[in-house]
Design a binder for this molecule. Structure first.
Ligand SMILES: [Zn+2]
Length: 374
């Protein structure tokens, strides 16, 4: 179902959305969510101590900002990059390769999985050096739907200690609220206190607008945490056309969402079927897809190019890929989804495959992600 012709949506306090074209789209009242970051209910937590704690956490998050390493990191790995690409690199390519590169989507994994070796933080950094990536966001995988790959948030934080180039994102499965309304709050606060800079990746087997996620989205707004959502046919579920995700984007304008995986990226094309939500469509892209529409329509919507789903979205129809990168570079972030030692990652070829201005590449390579991290 293609959505309404969104150019830019503003959210008003009554919960309905007015588009710049003047079209009123369906109300999000049904979600029963607030538009602004809210205080915890007085019955659930003491307000004054929460405020103090929140300020401390905000300070912690601000002071744990990580400076980009010197460009010598890139220079040191140029040999490895050059060996893998054509020797006739143009001036433009050189200029692009010198830009910092920040990976929005990597992992560390504590145990052998499907016959693949575990991946430690040291090994991840070795790989970053080998391919010329300066910094990386590292995501936890903490829901049954991520099985068999599991990387609990507490372990990711522990594993990343002392690694300044790795930025931890942690996840909270919204179903922990079965233990009480404050469980999500307590869990998220302890993760932020210990260094989590965002929520990711969210891969729980619930609808992306499930009411149990509302508290988590509200807290993301309060703590200014971006959230990476893995949308497919098993997790963060939505219908063809992504109507639920659009409601979430409109309902939480203060939360930056990084959208990832099959269910999201299939929607670069207008002709999405139910089965596309869990696979990599190969046919050419039909114009008018929901991904370009949502990226253009919502300031808080970003596309994470990681994984085969992101790669496929750009390369299944190269002419579309070129135009898409040109049009939406301010809302796209480079990512790989590196998952195990020796994992072959095609994404580093993007900079040779497509032809963008240096400024557009800088947005995709690091600038957008840095701005999301505040
Ligand atoms: Zn991932």
């Amino acid at each position: 179902m293609p959505g309404p012709g969104v150019l830019r949506a503003d959210t008003n306090r009554s919960g309905s959305r007015q588009l710049h074209r003047g079209i009123i789209v369906r109300s999000v009242d049904a979600l029963a969510v607030s538009q602004e970051p809210t205080e915890p209910a007085p019955s659930s937590i003491d307000g004054s101590s929460t405020t103090t704690r929140r300020r401390t956490l905000a300070t912690l998050a601000a002071t744990s900002g990580i400076a980009l390493p010197a460009e010598t990191t890139v220079a040191a790995t140029d040999d490895a990059r050059d060996a893998a690409t054509e020797p006739d690199a143009s001036t433009r390519d050189d200029a692009v390769a010198d830009l910092p590169l920040f990976d929005a989507h990597t992992h560390v994994v504590p145990a052998e999985t499907l016959g693949r070796d575990p991946l430690s933080a040291d090994e991840l950094v070795e790989w970053l050096d080998a391919v010329g990536i300066d910094r990386a966001v590292v995501h936890a995988l903490d829901s049954p739907e991520a099985y068999p790959v599991q990387a609990p948030s507490w372990w990711v934080l522990e594993e990343l200690e002392g690694h300044d180039r790795l930025v931890p994102f942690c996840t909270v499965d919204p179903r922990v609220d079965v233990y009480g309304a404050d469980t999500v709050l307590e869990r998220l606060e302890s993760l932020v206190e210990r260094g989590a800079r965002g929520i990711g990746e969210l891969k729980a087997g619930v609808a992306i607008d499930d009411e149990r996620l509302e508290r988590l989205y509200e807290l993301c707004a309060e703590y200014d945490l971006p959230a990476l959502v893995h949308v497919d046919d098993k997790a963060m579920l939505d219908a063809v056309g992504l109507p639920r995700f659009e409601d979430v984007l409109a309902s939480y304008p203060g939360v930056d969402f990084l959208a990832h995986a099959h269910g999201w990226w299939a929607h670069v094309s207008a002709d999405v079927s139910e089965s596309d939500l869990g696979r990599y469509p190969e046919r050419p892209v039909e114009p008018g897809g929901r991904v370009p529409e949502l990226l253009a329509g919502y300031d808080n919507c970003y596309g994470d190019l990681a994984g085969m789903s992101g790669w496929n979205a750009l390369t299944r129809d190269p002419e579309f890929g070129q135009a898409f990168l040109e049009d939406h570079h301010e809302h796209l972030v480079f990512g790989t989804d590196y998952l195990y030692p020796g994992h072959e990652i095609p994404h580093l070829e993007l900079f040779d495959r497509f032809d963008l201005e240096r400024e557009a590449w800088s947005a995709i390579r690091y600038r957008n992600l840095e701005s999301l991290l505040g």
